[in-house]
Unconditional design. Sequence first.
Length: 147
Amino acid sequence: MWYQRRRSGGGGIRTTGVLAMATMVQWHCRSRMIAGANFYIVGRDPAGMPHPETKEDLYEPTHGGKVLSMAPGLTSVEIIPFRVAAYNTKSKSMAFYDRERHSEFDFISGTRMRKLAREGENPPDGFMAPKAWKVLTDYYCSLEKNC
């Protein structure tokens, strides 16, 4: 397996290069298993990969968990899938996604959040605590230096 190691701002190691997302998820899980972890919580990996034309997600939300459950060598770690949560436009709060009420949910991606923060806009009411949002917007404002 080939990868470049680069220090991330948080002191951890980020990997970049030619690793496919499925390989990346397995690599992260196996490294934690070797370090002694018994459980691995997996979310919407690979998240944020829309089809270039339809803009629909290329992967369904449980893809990462399915990949890990089939991966060889991960025998001593229990894969725990994250339930999918999204912004419920009706209740104006985050909620677990219900396929039967799909029209009520707005999947706000990290890309969309960063765009809102960079542009000094607010997310929908109830999406995030206002103090936490201010931390995010202050950070992006400091990067753009247009505060």
